[in-house]
Ligand binder design. Structure first.
Ligand code: BGC
Length: 392
């Protein structure tokens, strides 16, 4: 009898503890707030000026999980299964907001107003020179000193279509980082039930301006970054790439790929040619170049722009985009400087980026040379990119 009483007492204790925990989640504590079965929200810290920052957890029906913060729209983690069904995190990054604020080599963020470089940090439009922030030697990189990767976005989760989406909006003021026009930006992340991280970008200016938005996850498909990315097998559906000068600005000429280390038309190990004797690989310390996608004229997403396979885990990623180009960056400047999630120190080439975008330095090119990045007042910029996960 005594034994039965003890069991009943323990049961009552466990039930009341659980009830307390559930009440907590509705309050203002750091406990996650379940917004639906697909999205959770939790307070993730504050910036120095007191702005609160949240972290959202999106799930799909196959168990994929994406954690995204409204600071910089950063994808903090992305859990996908390996061929044995074991989940692993396929993006590099940090565990805390403070680390992202302190020193982030663009891990996982939204990049804007203009992804990639603009030569000499300036461009001319309608006879006027616009001087931009120079944050990469003499050049402007990824939107400047405080680009879209360092601002707090307004976040609204949406599950109305039966999938987890996060709507992020930000109004970039006229002349921010030197760009003309107020720009209303909306980026929607959706974790679809097809195992895709889908990103749609929209932007509307009130003055003529340039826009080129992209996403900067460093992927490592081994899961939890176990080693470098040199054994990942990459293909890029492209007919050429843009060679760059010493400051990584395209020299303008489209170089054919035939047999060069830049030829990824057939799937090839990233490490196979990365150290080959090639001037362009020396300049980039590896791959840090923009490829011209074969879908450049159509912008359709029928075929993948790129695919990546990691043979040990079996993870396979496809990239689809409406953009004309893709910057393949092989993580050449990680250099052991960043201690990431789980205490893993990211060395050179421990992550790669596939940044879908317009071509670098387009604002300084003639209108007919490359697809334009000009957006007129009242008209809309939009693009879509999908990172789709599977196993082989
Ligand atoms: C650029 C690299 C740069 C990296 C991190 C990439 O998008 O292509 O040159 O080092 O971002 O800033």
């Amino acid at each position: 009898m005594k034994f039965l009483n003890a069991i009943i007492l323990v049961l009552i204790l466990v039930v009341s503890l659980l009830a307390c925990r559930q009440e907590d989640t509705g309050g203002k504590s750091n406990q996650p707030v379940k917004m639906s079965s697909l999205v959770q929200k939790e307070a993730w810290g504050k910036l120095a000026d007191g702005s609160p920052v949240d972290r959202y957890t999106l799930t799909n029906k196959h168990g994929l999980v994406a954690q995204i913060t409204n600071y910089g729209g950063i994808v903090v983690s992305l859990m996908t299964p390996d061929r044995n069904g074991k989940l692993g995190d396929v993006v590099l990054g940090y565990e805390t907001l403070d680390e992202y604020v302190k020193d982030n080599p663009y891990f996982g963020c939204i990049v804007g107003r203009f992804g990639n470089r603009i030569a000499n940090g300036q461009f001319e439009m309608d006879g006027k020179t616009y001087k931009l922030a120079k944050n990469d030697g003499e050049n402007h990189l990824h939107g400047g000193l405080k680009g879209f990767d360092k601002v707090v976005w307004e976040a609204i989760p949406d599950t109305s279509k039966g999938e987890a989406s996060l709507n992020l909006t930000y109004v970039s003021p006229d002349m921010e980082e030197g760009y003309p026009g107020n720009l209303e930006v909306r980026v929607v992340y959706t974790l679809t039930h097809n195992n895709e991280l889908k990103i749609t970008y929209f932007a509307t200016p009130d003055k003529k301006t340039h826009v080129n938005l992209t996403h900067h996850s460093y992927f490592n498909l081994t899961g939890n970054a176990q080693r470098d990315i040199l054994d990942h097998v990459l293909s890029i559906t492209s007919n050429g790439f843009l060679p760059v000068d010493a400051s990584l600005i395209p020299m303008g000429t489209l170089t054919s790929l035939n047999g060069s280390p830049f030829d990824f038309r057939k799937p090839k190990r990233i490490g196979l040619d990365i150290n080959a004797e090639h001037e362009q690989l020396k300049i980039g310390h590896g791959y840090d170049h923009c490829w011209l996608l074969s879908s450049i004229k159509t912008g359709n997403m029928k075929n993948p722009a790129a695919t990546v396979y990691e043979p040990i885990s079996g993870r396979f990623m496809e990239v689809y985009t409406t953009d004309p180009g893709i910057q393949f960056y092989s993580g050449n400047f990680l250099d052991g400087k960043y201690k990431g999630k789980g205490g893993v120190v990211y060395q050179d080439r421990w992550g790669f980026c596939l940044e879908t975008q317009h071509f670098p330095d387009t604002p300084n090119r003639s209108q007919n040379e490359w697809p334009s990045t000009v957006v007129m007042p009242g008209s809309h910029y939009s693009s879509t990119t999908i990172y789709k996960f599977a196993v082989k």
